[in-house]
Design a protein around this ligand. Structure first.
Ligand code: SF4
Length: 733
């Protein structure tokens, strides 16, 4: 370490694994990033994103000053909005921008009621940012129209786990794999989406003889480490996992003591499972019955069996049933409530667990306290000083629909990008044109920001304090390494300033509850309201990394859940029936499309495409099996057009055995070939999660010209000076 070097320990801003990052600093400049060998999560390793992806912090596209659309100035509030270009905004002071935001929100809410406003919270932002934003919308505006991208990833898992056991978080830890004999890993491209957990899976296989059963339509990297690979057709998880349940019941491999003591509704469930024979599941899923039987026996007879899954399970119109089918396997065998077992939905973004915990949900106040329970409302009223609303708000996809119908007129977006993440993007683009007022609070101007009236510049992870909660419920500190560049501000500071002004404009009684000086004060307020985190203080986080529930200051935390009981008492079985996906391949659209991630990019690409990582994976592609390529026809690298009933994209073909015959894969990071142009907006009726993982497409050859026309990425540089500068906070802020 050089004498001028400072090291700031913080948490990775990318995936839900939550590795510790040590930022090595010279002044305001990060020179490199390391992680300690004794870190509980990373164990000395980082993937490329954590190690090299931080340079987006200094990218010249950063928004460093508030921006107001010039046509907003012209008073054309009822126009159909169009995406803005560089010259369509002008710089503004914080005073002016905050005044515009709060005046327009107040006007719309007073005229049309609180539910004419909605907010997207952010799975990238801290717990404190998300808590403050949902509080602003509940306490000051008075709406539950609050959601974030968990709706678009694990909502099916959340609903299923709440129904069956009463808690939706990951029950164990990623590193529990070392205590596990047999793990089912399904719907998860772990090596690219959760690379450090994948590293631990590989280590457990190589050095501890752990057996992996990979269940995935694609030949993902983890298949190379699998004892057994079940390659099912997309959308057939219920018959496949229910057939495993059938085998476990028929062969009397159940843990009867566990069933008797800790579950209910088994008899009804067992009867329903009689239909799901391995042969029936083979016909639907394409997985040989013999492999289904082997998998069932391996998992059921393990000393410790665990199930890990990611978005391939919940992102279906029957995503809740898919997750329930996995829950049933754990309940039948009693593989839950011990180290090395459990039900483990791997969370995608760095703080998607924490944003949900903080109440960024339309029917859950912080700590999953029901928004339709008057006792919850009273509890929060007593703390917040305003009466928040009872009842359910709209989900992300319902909010996007409500833009189109005019039910939602004023939208606040913190850090999210619905115009990349919503399904059937053409519909979402049309809908957003009808909004009367849109505010985006972000680090960059993304596809959604291009429609915004006002852009509020926010700080990156390196410029603010707070906490993230990783995929295994571990609360970890985010530490400010240097002051925000330009006039950017931490999200919680911006929200507090908006709330204070909006209280005044809506003539709400002024409260002292927005005078936070540091995010630790927000966290302490949250701890008072959420028993599961009551024992997690900032002081403890200096030396400990605690997994909730941590009910008291002397509690050591909870590395695995459900040791003695389930939050709902007995865990419940639910009889399932097989329902095909909404849009199966047919003669006109003969391929099943599935979407997902690549190692070097992250979500809508707003950050990674502005980092050096983009050089490693700069271009969208569609994976096609070699047996399908001649029928299109195409070769590896040739341009093709992929079309669904909703839109089309032009990208390069990647001919590879990784794709199953008849199934193609497009990553969802690339705006110029946005996978969600193709996906269908059919929803799981319970979780309201869209069916991202299967729709029908056709593929035709395209020309190089068409590919080139699609390629230039329209990143919008800000109007801010190119040399970032730190400025003291304005007094009037
Ligand atoms: Fe960051 Fe996830 Fe990579 Fe760890 S595995 S370094 S948390 S992106």
């Amino acid at each position: 370490m050089l004498s001028s070097e400072k090291i700031i320990p913080t948490t990775c801003p990318f995936c839900g694994v939550g590795c510790r990052l040590d930022l090595h600093l010279h002044g305001n400049q990060i020179s490199h990033v390391t992680t300690p060998y004794n870190d509980l999560t990373s164990k000395g390793n980082l993937c490329v994103k954590g190690r090299y992806g931080w340079d987006f912090v200094y990218h010249h596209d950063r928004v460093l000053t508030p921006l107001i659309r010039k046509d907003f100035d012209a008073g054309t509030a009822t126009r159909r909005r169009a995406p803005a270009r560089r010259d369509d905004w002008r710089e503004a002071s914080w005073d002016e921008a905050l005044d515009v935001v709060t005046t327009r929100f107040a006007e719309i809410v007073e005229k049309h009621g609180p539910d004419s406003a909605a907010v997207f919270c952010c799975a990238k932002a801290t717990n404190e940012d998300n808590y403050a934003l949902q509080k602003l919308f509940r306490a000051v505006i008075g709406t539950n129209n609050i959601d974030h991208c968990t709706r678009l990833c694990h909502a099916g898992s959340v609903v299923a786990l709440q129904m069956a056991v009463g808690s939706s978080a990951m029950s164990n830890s990623g590193s529990d794999i070392y205590a596990c004999d047999v793990a089912i890993v399904t719907g998860s491209n772990t090596a690219e989406s959760h690379p450090i957990i994948a590293l631990q899976f590989k280590d457990a296989v190589m050095r501890h003889d752990t057996k992996l059963i990979i269940v995935d339509p694609r030949r993902v990297e983890m298949v190379n480490f699998a004892a057994l690979w079940l390659q099912q057709r997309p959308g057939t998880d219920v018959p496949l996992f229910s057939a495993m349940a059938n085998v476990i019941i028929q062969e009397n491999l159940c843990n009867n003591a566990f069933l008797d003591a800790r579950t209910e509704n088994f008899e009804t469930f067992a009867k329903a499972m009689q239909d799901f024979t391995p042969e029936m599941a083979e016909r639907i899923s394409g997985v040989p019955a013999e492999k289904i039987i082997r998998a069932a026996r391996m998992y059921a007879t393990a000393k410790n069996g665990a199930i890990y899954w990611s978005l391939g399970i919940p992102e279906h119109t029957h995503g809740t049933e898919n997750a329930l089918a996995l829950v049933h396997l754990a309940l039948l065998t009693g593989h839950i409530g011990r180290r090395g077992t459990g039900l483990n939905p791997l969370r995608g973004q760095n703080n998607v667990q924490g944003a949900s915990d903080a109440g960024a949900m339309p029917w859950h106040y912080p700590g999953y306290q029901e928004s339709n329970d008057p006792r919850t409302v009273e509890k929060f009223r007593a703390k917040w000083g305003h009466t928040p609303p009872v009842g359910r708000g709209l989900t992300t996809t319902e909010i996007a629909d409500a833009w189109g119908t005019g039910a939602v007129k004023a939208q606040y977006v913190m850090g999210e990008n619905p115009l990349m993440s919503e399904p059937n993007l053409r519909h979402a683009h049309h809908a957003i044109e009808h909004l009367e007022f849109l505010v985006c609070q972000d680090v960059f101007i993304n596809e959604t920001g291009r429609y915004a009236d006002v852009i509020l510049p926010s700080a990156t992870f390196a410029e603010k304090d707070g906490t993230y909660t990783n995929t295994d419920r571990r609360v970890q500190r985010v530490r400010k390494a240097f002051e925000p560049l330009g006039q950017a501000r931490a999200d919680w500071e911006i929200i507090s300033a908006v709330a204070t002004r909006l209280e005044q404009k809506l003539k709400r009684p002024r409260t002292a509850y927005w005078a936070y000086k540091h995010p630790s004060e927000i966290w302490d307020e949250m701890r008072e309201l959420v028993p599961a985190i009551a024992g997690i203080s900032y002081e403890r986080l200096e030396t400990e990394r605690l997994q909730w529930p941590v009910p008291t200051l002397d509690s050591p935390g909870t590395p695995f859940l459900f040791g003695e009981t389930f939050p709902r008492g007995r865990a419940k079985f639910f009889p399932l029936v097989y329902q095909p996906s909404v849009e199966e391949p047919d003669e006109k659209y003969p391929y099943a499309l599935t979407t997902g991630r690549v190692l070097y990019q992250w979500h809508g690409g707003a950050l990674t495409r502005r980092s050096n990582l983009d050089f490693a994976a700069p271009e969208a592609f569609v994976e096609i099996n070699p047996s399908d390529a001649p029928r299109i026809p195409c070769e590896n690298g040739s341009p093709v057009r992929v079309s669904s009933r909703r839109g089309n994209v032009v990208l390069r073909a990647r001919v590879t055995e990784k794709a199953a015959p008849g199934v193609v894969f497009v990553p969802f990071h690339y705006a110029e070939a946005a996978a969600n142009t193709l996906t269908i907006d059919a929803l799981d009726p319970q979780a309201k999660i869209p069916e991202y993982k299967i729709c029908a497409v056709k593929i035709e050859p395209a020309t190089l010209r068409e590919l080139q026309d699609a390629l230039p990425l329209d990143l919008i540089p800000t109007l801010a000076p190119s040399a970032p500068r730190a400025e003291p906070m304005r007094e009037s802020f």
